[in-house]
Design a protein around this ligand. Sequence first.
Ligand code: BMA
Length: 340
Amino acid sequence: MSNVRIIGNSLPRMPWENKPEGLEAPIWRHSANPIVPRNPAPGIARIFNSAVAPYEDRFVGVFRAETVNGRPHLSLGWSDDALSWTFDERPIDFVDEEGRPFNPGYAYDPRLVQVEGVYYIIWCTDFYGAAIGLARTEDFKTFVRLENPFLPFNRNGVLFPRKIGGNYVMLSRPSDSGHTPFGDVFLSESPDLVYWGKHRHVMSKGGQGWWQSVKIGGGPAPIETSEGWLMFYHGVTGTCNGLVYSMSAVILDLDEPSKVKYRSANFILTPEEWYEERGFVANVVFPCATLHDADTGRIAIYYGAADTYVGVAYTTAEEIVRYVIETNEIIGDDREIGRM
Ligand code: BMA
């Protein structure tokens, strides 16, 4: 395997720390985690499971903000260094394509993806139960909410950062409307972000390891690399003490992303630090975004910790892709196109 390259933009101002001496794991935590503490803004008790992106000469984020009444909304945040954030106290105000108010009853687990110069927010919304919401913005001032792409129940909508074969592509994890005890990742295509079809199965829960035995869900938008689409995702196991959320990585075929090329049999990050083990929901790491630099291959992963905090972890495309290939375990028919 030649050197792994990220196919994308330069981002030399992204946050970065070198790998600590002697660490075996392929990813390492930011030394000043968590980067967002409890009660980060008036009226907001907790911020976690959130998405960030470079925008003009700053960074912007769409944050899952749990207000002091316990209901989740999406709030914008701004930062010069992508580590220290200031948050809008008011939730994002969505309008429909005619400019009429179109705000979700609740909104959580946002992803933020730029496709052809337009930013898209994808989140878990209230559509007679948990479903996927979709909105676009070009200026982070006006947010136009589009039709909900899929029927309920569904979560973990992840848009690819470019069209594939002429279509937009979105991953999702069909589920129930509660604390879903099952779930695989699927993919759907659309020519216009309105009509979705060509549904495919992408990857299964399970395998030899137990960390992803209950369900899995897509994470940050996939990163295009010379080896395929690199995607971080979460895997869940059940214990006497409730569910435990860990993180790992998969490499999907560039042209046919419903085919898994490699996926690690192991988690790459599991709750170990106090801010991951202790909080509103203990033992959760939940990745929703990355910043990455095509020149150096550096990747910063933004993840929610214990449904209470935001953490950052670092790796490089070279290090994580090599690890995934070395620890590869294909589960079920994941290598197939996923059309039964
Ligand atoms: C999932 C989602 C996530 C959350 C996780 C653990 O079902 O709702 O937002 O982090 O549960 O509570």
